[in-house]
Design a binder for this molecule. Structure first.
Ligand code: TXA
Ligand code: MG
Length: 317
């Protein structure tokens, strides 16, 4: 990989510019967590509703004390077991944390990403707020070219290759009993129970209708291609210009339809889902059809909870 000039990206951030960078989940659109003008710019360029708070990304555990005075014992366990990694943890915020970061909530979301480029960048800049680097409502970017396309090349992107996971981090509030997973992700409730000894409840997708959602971002439609997305069932008659995602063998063309088979490789399914949504747009597909997951598949593959959640949001768009 070409060497990255962290000093000059750090300088850009210090001057109040936005820089997109890779993480293990999706690309993030970074700004200093202490620069109100740069944070406003994030909301502006994404077209993001101002009541949707941002995640602060840190590279060293000590940075957490800039944002909170108190680490509950269960949050400490989560940090020990899962950081750096795809887990965002909610803390009571310090008064000094900018309102634009937390959208006026009294909590702040923190995560230490498991990506060498993200960590090195943050070492140079200090904590960065970073929403997924897509235009609001579009699928999150899992490749640098997705970000280049969304912002017409106007925002600098540090290319770190394709994201390993491809879905956004698990968001958990461990300040309540039981702890609540506000957004499912690669780290499942079961894995948390296994490693930390407590079982969080997973907030139902239908809770998005709640007027005071605990994770405001989850109430917005998200992750969707322009084409409608459907679960594939016998009642559906896809046109020849449809994209069909099945979780069974190799890619093949059939009757004009683009059919993709993932052969039970659910990590790959998760990693490529957003890229296929984006390809459906580029190829101007009429619709995207996805084979539904069975109870057994869901039970045996913890990533599918998150995959299903993102597909349901794309469907309800
Ligand atoms: O994997 C990820 O989390 C990526 C990468 C770049 O780190 N970031 C990401 O950010 O997905 P974003 O802004 O697209 O999603 C942040 C989610 C939203 O659902 C937001 O409502 C929630 O985190 N969130 C942020 N602060 C919160 C808080 N204080 N309380 C509850 N939810 C919060
Ligand atoms: Mg997002």
């Amino acid at each position: 990989m070409v060497s990255i000039n962290y000093k000059s990206y750090g300088e850009l951030i210090r001057q109040g510019n936005l820089v997109a960078f890779p993480t293990e989940t999706v690309y993030g659109l970074g700004a200093s967590a202490w620069n109100p003008a740069a944070i406003n710019e994030i909301f502006r360029v994404k077209g993001r509703p101002s009541d949707n708070p941002l995640i602060v990304h840190i590279s060293k555990v000590d940075m957490i004390y800039e944002f909170t005075n108190y680490i509950p014992p269960r949050a400490k366990l989560l940090m020990q077991k899962f950081w750096p990694g795809p887990l965002t943890i909610i803390f009571k915020k310090k008064n000094t944390v900018l309102d634009s970061v937390t959208a006026g909530l009294d909590t702040v979301a923190l995560r230490m990403p498991d990506h060498p480029v993200a960590l090195e960048l943050i070492n140079h800049t200090g904590p960065l707020v970073a929403p997924s680097a897509n235009i609001s409502g579009k699928p999150s970017p899992t490749k640098s070219e997705h970000v280049v396309k969304d912002y017409n090349g106007k925002i600098p992107v540090i290319d770190g290759g394709d994201c390993k996971i491809g879905l956004e981090s698990t968001v958990i509030n461990a300040t309540t009993t039981p702890a609540v997973i506000l957004r499912p992700g690669f780290i499942s409730a079961g894995e948390i129970e296994q490693k930390c000894g407590f079982l969080p409840v997973v907030k139902k997708t239908s809770d998005k209708d709640n007027f005071t959602p605990q994770s405001p971002g989850t109430k917005y439609s998200h992750y969707a291609p322009d084409a409608p997305v459907y679960w594939l069932d016998q009642t559906k008659k896809p046109t020849s210009n449809s994209l069909i995602l099945l979780h069974s063998a190799i890619q093949l063309k059939d009757g004009g339809m683009t059919i993709l088979k993932f052969d039970g490789d659910y990590s790959r399914f998760a990693r490529e889902l957003y890229d296929w949504f984006r390809k459906a747009d580029i190829e101007k597909k009429d619709a995207v059809y996805i084979e539904p997951f069975t109870k057994t598949q869901l039970m045996n593959n913890s990533i599918l909870e998150a995959v299903k959640n993102r597909i349901e949001k794309a469907i309800s768009n």
